[in-house]
Write a protein that binds this ligand. Structure first.
Ligand code: 6PG
Length: 241
């Protein structure tokens, strides 16, 4: 059975360093070949260290467009907003030009925000043969239940490989209302980087990197080619030898 690439680092800081190094390299490669880059940032708390490191690895952000893999339906100024976290740890310190930062317009409400984000993605990104927008990089965190972005176990969207992004109104991880890239859009990306640390994620890491594709563990449904898991020793502690 094909498996994703798994990199195990000693500590969370080492994992953040490794993730930032991957992101900087992929961004540089994409910009050299296409002149511009489209990156979907991960939400949650884990990516904060990586974003802070990334500021020091890239000194020219020209042409780098930052999107969001998912967003909670909260105001952009809310500390629960994924954009708020990225703005403080990456976007502001790196002085990424406003025109290159594409936040989900949560003020539109769930359905309108999904439609708006879908239209903007379709307009800005190249598309694959299935008509899906192609990111250069989608960065993801991993939930203890194996969720990625806002695609949770048992979600009907786990069977949907065509929706560019989807609206979730029953997320088990608060807040319940979220906008998420669809699984097909995540899989269409050139690179997927899943960064997770800590013993609490060890059970999920084992299922999603060593188990068969299983909608009870959504990250296990990601295509293995082009997917890199960067984890620390604690998150790797349940892996079968
Ligand atoms: C969100 C995230 C979500 C997150 C995981 C891990 O909006 O909550 O997109 O998918 O990445 O739940 O979160 P932590 O990194 O905080 O553990």
């Amino acid at each position: 059975m094909d498996r994703p690439t798994l990199e195990i680092l000693n500590t969370p800081h080492d994992a953040a360093d490794a993730a930032a190094t991957h992101l900087a390299r992929w961004i540089d490669e994409a910009r050299r070949t296409a002149g511009q880059v489209h990156v979907a940032l991960a939400g949650g708390l884990t990516p904060r260290d990586t974003y802070r490191r990334l500021v020091g690895l890239i000194d020219d952000w020209q042409g780098v467009h930052l999107w969001f893999g998912d967003e909670r339906l909260v105001p952009a100024t809310d500390h629960d907003s994924n954009a708020w976290m990225a703005r403080g740890s990456l976007i502001a310190p790196a002085a990424v030009p406003d025109g290159q930062v594409h936040e989900v317009r949560t003020e539109l409400g769930l359905a309108e925000a999904v439609a708006d984000y879908t239209a903007r993605l379709r307009s800005a990104l190249p598309e694959d043969d299935a008509g899906r927008p192609v990111f250069d990089v989608v960065m993801l965190g991993l939930g203890e239940d194996g969720h990625v972005a806002s695609l949770f176990p048992g979600s009907p969207y786990l069977d949907d490989r065509l929706s560019v992004c989807v609206g979730v109104d029953d997320a088990p991880k608060p807040p319940p209302e979220r906008i998420s890239l669809g699984l097909g859009t995540i899989d269409a990306a050139r690179h997927r980087l899943v960064l997770t640390v800590g013993a609490a994620k060890a059970h999920a890491v084992r299922h999603v990197t060593q188990g068969a594709p299983d909608p009870r563990w959504p990250a296990s449904l990601l295509q293995t080619r082009g997917t890199v898991y960067v984890v620390d020793e604690a998150a790797a502690s349940s892996l079968a030898a």
